[in-house]
Design a protein around this ligand. Structure first.
Ligand code: UDP
Length: 439
């Protein structure tokens, strides 16, 4: 059975100060057309990772706008999450040896979750884990009502063919789909109601709200980080694609020039991520007895407020992914006025305008060079940080994303989708803009 997730209320009005003029009004105008609509978001986990992060804000904002919005997560066994994580990896390009029973484990768990189904006007299903639900509901003759939208947060460009073939028939059932970038859309995905809308951050969440120097210092003290020495941080699940070992290599090179530098690696353990502990251990071993590397998790009491403080305290934030759907952590850091050095993959180049708000890198060596360059030059860091904050204000705040969802629902309901979000008019090649009436 699906489990309902509780969320704290949020008021759209409070976002007025963070966004450009006219944005709130434009959202309200479209939301009014959806007043009273019953909306359900379904994903795999209530905690850990970007999707949970976004829904924590998106769901209460939709409620504030007069929609009856719920969020439910799949109930799953360890076996189920092991299969879905393997699927996630295979869809990102890893060659996975599938066993005959894997597909059944995935689909049968979805069948259990489809029990006691209740209807909504719009159902937004996030990522592959719950994707079979719609097919199951239809196939079992339950004739579910409402419009079903599949939101794919991952890059399917290099998906293993076998994994994609398992997923494809389920995806084809949906009335529409939302993707982070056009190039992530796998050939064969129905073009009907297909929308491009990158994710975004909530400027008022505990993770992104303003944070005083005292609050930052208190957190650094608590975890033994010295505020007077340079700080580099990567916040990421412990996952091979986030390349935490590559981050340690880059830090070691930087340390040769800046012996005082400290590295903070923060990684939460998501309930749908069985690989987390294995990678945590690899990272610990690689760090060895270098006490200037702090390896922290939600298990050490690192929650949103602490992540906020670490990002604020950083001289440079790192997101050295080798594969990345979007990488919310990049916008989180830029919003705090910190330059980011990130992998030149997935949604990271949308956020890091090369040489303007940080640098894109393809290797640990390049990462080390850019980090050192930034550590040498405080003015450069400040300029890039300021530019990054405005870039996020224009394109990656939750208001723009919320509006994208509202427009998608209207379009699907009216049966008149345009291919791209009006908010996704290209700037610097590809991203959506948060401005009244579209970019
Ligand atoms: N996050 C966190 N604590 C951690 C690791 C990650 O709060 O220890 C948050 C992070 O701040 C971001 C989200 O989880 O908001 C990760 O989203 P992202 O898009 O960067 O990566 P994903 O995990 O979805 O691949």
């Amino acid at each position: 059975m699906l489990t309902t997730v509780g969320v704290a209320p949020r008021e759209l009005e409070r976002y007025r100060e963070s966004v450009r003029e006219g944005v709130i009004e434009a959202i309200r105008e479209d939301a009014a057309k959806l007043a009273g609509a019953r909306v359900l978001h379904i994903n795999a986990t209530a905690y850990g990772g970007g999707v949970a992060e976004i829904l924590t804000s998106m769901v209460p904002l939709m409620r504030d706008l007069g929609l009856q919005c719920d969020w439910k997560v799949l109930t799953g066994s360890d076996e189920f999450f092991t299969v879905t994580k393997a699927m996630h990896n295979a869809l990102q390009g890893k060659n996975h040896p599938w066993r005959p029973q894997d597909r059944d484990i995935w689909v049968n768990q979805n069948k259990l979750n489809a029990e006691n189904w209740s209807d909504y006007d719009f159902v937004i299903v996030h990522d592959p884990q719950p994707a079979p639900l719609l097919y199951i509901l239809r196939d079992s003759g339950r004739n579910p009502q409402g419009h079903f939208i599949w939101r794919c947060h991952i890059d399917l460009t290099d998906a293993q063919q076998q994994a994609w073939e398992m997923l494809r028939p389920f995806v084809e059932e949906y009335d529409g789909s939302i993707w982070t970038m056009r190039q992530y859309v796998r050939q064969g995905v129905p073009e009907r109601h297909l929308k491009i809308a990158p994710p975004a951050i909530d400027p008022l969440s505990h993770k992104n709200e303003p944070c005083s120097e005292m609050q930052v210092k208190a957190v650094l003290d608590r975890f033994g980080v010295d505020p007077s020495r340079p700080i580099l941080t990567q916040v990421s699940r412990f996952d091979p694609w986030k390349d935490p070992l590559g981050v340690i290599s880059a830090y070691r090179e930087v340390k040769a020039e800046f012996p005082d530098v400290q590295l903070i690696l923060v990684g939460s353990m998501a309930s749908d991520d069985p690989e987390g502990w294995e990678w945590y251990e690899k990272v610990i071993r690689r760090a060895g007895e270098d006490w200037d590397i702090k390896i922290l998790t939600n298990m050490n009491g690192v929650g949103n407020a602490e992540v906020n403080a670490f990002q604020h305290a950083s001289d440079v934030v790192i997101q050295k992914s080798t594969r990345e759907g979007f990488g919310l952590t990049v916008s989180e850091a830029l919003w705090k006025g910190r330059p980011v050095v990130g992998g030149n993959v997935g949604g990271i180049p949308l956020q890091i305008l090369e040489g303007e708000c940080g640098y894109l890198v393809d290797s640990s060596q390049q990462c080390a060079q850019r980090l050192a360059e930034l550590l040498r030059d405080r003015d450069l860091r400040n300029r890039m940080g300021e530019r990054g904050r405005e870039h996020v204000r224009d394109h990656f705040l939750i208001t723009r994303y919320l509006h994208d969802y509202l427009r998608m629902m209207l379009e699907v309901a009216e049966g008149s989708a345009t291919e791209e979000s009006a908010h996704a008019a290209p700037i610097a090649g590809a991203v959506g803009a948060d401005a009244a009436g579209g970019a």
